[in-house]
Write a protein that binds this ligand. Structure first.
Ligand SMILES: Cc1cc2nc3c(=O)[nH]c(=O)nc-3n(C[C@H](O)[C@H](O)[C@H](O)COP(=O)(O)O)c2cc1C
Length: 397
C-alpha cells in the first residue's frame, strides 16, 4: 500500500517531534517516498539532518531557501503528494492551518495540497481542551481534513491526560487508511474474532487456541476500505484496529448477545471467532477443590450464532462464516454453508503449514453456493482483502 507513495510529513515545535524520525524510517522501509517539512520552531526539537538521512530527501524548512531542485518547491511538492500528515501538530500550526495562514514552508505547502490531509495534535491537556484549539480542530475537520484523536497518557510536561501524540505505528495506520481506495464506504460490517472462555469455576475456563489475528485483520481491511466496522471480540492480546468500534466479550453467550444486538444494522457479517460449542452446564460459584478420584464436568451446548444469523438475516445482508477443520475440510465446510443458510464459508485446515491459530499467514478456500476458490499461502491481511474482494463481487445490495 505504501510502495511508491509520496508522503509529506509536517513536523512542528513539540517534544513529540522526535517520534517522527521512527515514522519516517518506517514509511521509507515500506517503500514510500517521504519528504519532511519542518517549522522553524521544530528545528529546536530535532535536526533536519536526521530526517534527510532517514528519507534520502531534502528536509524543507525555509520557503525562501534558494538551494532548491524545483521551480517553485512548495507547489511542485504539493501537486505530487499522495497524502500530507502534520504530526506532531502544535496548537499554533493548527490555528494557522485552520485560518488559511501560509507564512512558512509547511503551511504554504499545506494550502497548495489537494491530497488527503491529516493532523495529529500533540500538546498539554489544558491546551488541547482550550475551546479555541477545539474550535480550530473542528474547522480543520469541516474543511475535510482528518483530525487524529490524541492518545491519553503521561505527557512530556509531567501531566497525565489527553494530548499525547499516537505512536508512529498508529500514525502509519492512519496513512495507510488515507491511501486505501474506499470501495466499501457506506457499508456497515460486523466482524467477530478471538476465542470465547466458558467458565468452569472462578479460576478455570474452557477455551481454544484462537488469537484473534484473522478476525482483527478482517476488521482492519473493512475499516481501511471505508466501511463502518463493529468488532465483537473475545479476549485477545491484540490492539484493536484504528477506527473500529470494539465490543469486548468473554463467553459464547456474551458473544451471541452482542452479535444479536448489532446484527440488524449490518450489511455484511463475517464470523471469524472461535466460539465454544460446549460450556460447563453449571459454573461453580467457588473454586472446585481437587479430590483423589477422577472428575467429570457436564457440558451443555452453546447457542449456534451463525445458524441464528442465517435464520434472522435481513434482506440483502451478506453472511460469511469461518470453518476450521482437521479432516474432510471442504465437505464439512460445504455442509455448514447449506445447513446454516449463509452466503460464504472460509475454510481453513489446522493441519496445513502456515494456516490456523496464531500464525501471521493462512491458507484458505472460499466456498459459495456455486464456487470454490482456493487461495495460496498468504498473510492474514491479504486473506482479509481477498475475502472482501469476493464478498463485494457476490453481495446483492
Ligand atoms: C519544550 C517545549 C515543548 C513544547 N511542546 C509543545 C507541544 O507539544 N505542543 C504545542 O502545541 N506546543 C508546544 N510547545 C510550544 C510551541 O513550540 C510554540 O507554540 C511554537 O510557537 C510552535 O511553533 P510551530 O507551530 O511553528 O512549530 C512547546 C514549547 C517548548 C519550549
Amino acid at each position: 500500500m505504501l510502495q511508491g507513495k509520496k508522503i509529506l510529513l509536517g513536523v512542528t515545535g513539540s517534544i513529540a517531534a522526535y517520534k517522527i524520525a521512527s515514522l519516517a524510517s518506517m514509511l521509507k522501509k515500506r517503500g514510500a517516498d517521504v519528504t519532511v517539512l519542518m517549522t522553524e520552531n521544530a528545528v529546536n526539537f530535532i535536526n533536519p539532518i536526521t530526517f534527510e538521512t532517514l528519507t534520502g530527501n531534502k528536509c524543507l524548512v525555509d520557503t525562501f531557501d534558494r538551494n532548491f531542485e524545483f521551480q517553485v518547491e512548495h507547489v511542485s511538492l504539493a501537486s505530487q503528494a499522495d497524502v500530507f500528515l502534520v504530526a506532531p501538530a502544535s496548537a499554533d500550526v493548527i490555528a494557522r492551518a485552520a485560518h488559511g495562514v501560509a507564512d512558512d514552508m509547511l503551511t504554504t505547502t499545506l494550502l497548495a495540497c489537494t491530497c488527503p490531509k491529516l493532523f495529529a495534535p500533540a500538546m498539554n491537556t489544558r491546551m488541547y481542551r482550550n475551546p479555541i484549539v477545539q474550535d480550530n480542530l473542528r474547522t480543520l475537520a469541516r474543511y475535510g481534513m482528518e483530525v487524529i484523536d490524541p492518545a491519553v497518557g503521561r505527557l512530556a510536561c509531567g501531566d497525565t491526560g489527553e494530548g499525547k501524540m499516537p505512536e508512529p505505528e498508529t500514525l502509519c495506520e492512519y496513512l495507510i487508511k488515507a491511501l486505501t481506495p474506499k470501495d466499501m464506504a457506506g457499508l456497515k460490517v460486523l466482524v467477530t474474532a478471538g476465542p470465547t472462555q466458558e467458565k468452569i469455576d472462578p479460576v478455570r475456563y474452557i477455551s481454544n487456541h484462537s488469537t484473534g489475528k484473522m478476525g482483527y485483520a478482517i476488521a482492519r481491511a473493512a475499516m481501511l476500505r471505508g466501511a463502518e466496522v463493529t468488532l465483537v471480540s473475545g479476549r485477545t492480546s491484540l490492539e484493536p484496529p484504528i477506527g473500529v468500534r470494539t465490543v469486548p466479550v468473554v463467553s459464547a453467550a456474551d458473544m451471541a448477545q452482542a452479535v444479536k444486538e448489532a446484527a440488524p444494522a449490518q450489511d455484511i457479517i463475517v464470523k471469524a471467532a472461535a466460539v465454544a460449542d460446549y460450556r460447563p452446564a453449571q459454573a461453580a460459584e467457588e473454586k472446585m477443590k481437587k479430590g483423589d478420584g477422577e472428575l467429570s464436568v457436564a457440558l451443555a451446548r452453546t447457542e449456534d450464532i451463525l445458524a441464528w444469523l442465517g435464520a434472522h438475516r435481513r434482506e440483502g445482508q451478506f453472511l460469511c462464516g469461518f470453518s476450521m477443520e482437521t479432516e474432510h475440510v471442504l465437505e464439512n465446510s460445504r455442509a455448514k454453508l447449506q445447513k446454516k443458510h449463509i452466503d460464504m464459508i472460509v475454510a481453513n485446515n489446522l493441519r496445513q503449514d502456515g494456516a490456523g491459530f496464531g500464525t501471521d499467514t493462512n491458507v484458505v478456500t472460499i466456498l459459495t453456493e456455486n464456487e470454490t476458490v482456493e487461495l495460496p499461502l498468504m498473510s492474514k491481511e491479504d486473506v482479509a482483502d481477498r475475502l472482501f474482494d469476493h464478498i463485494m463481487k457476490y453481495r446483492r445490495p
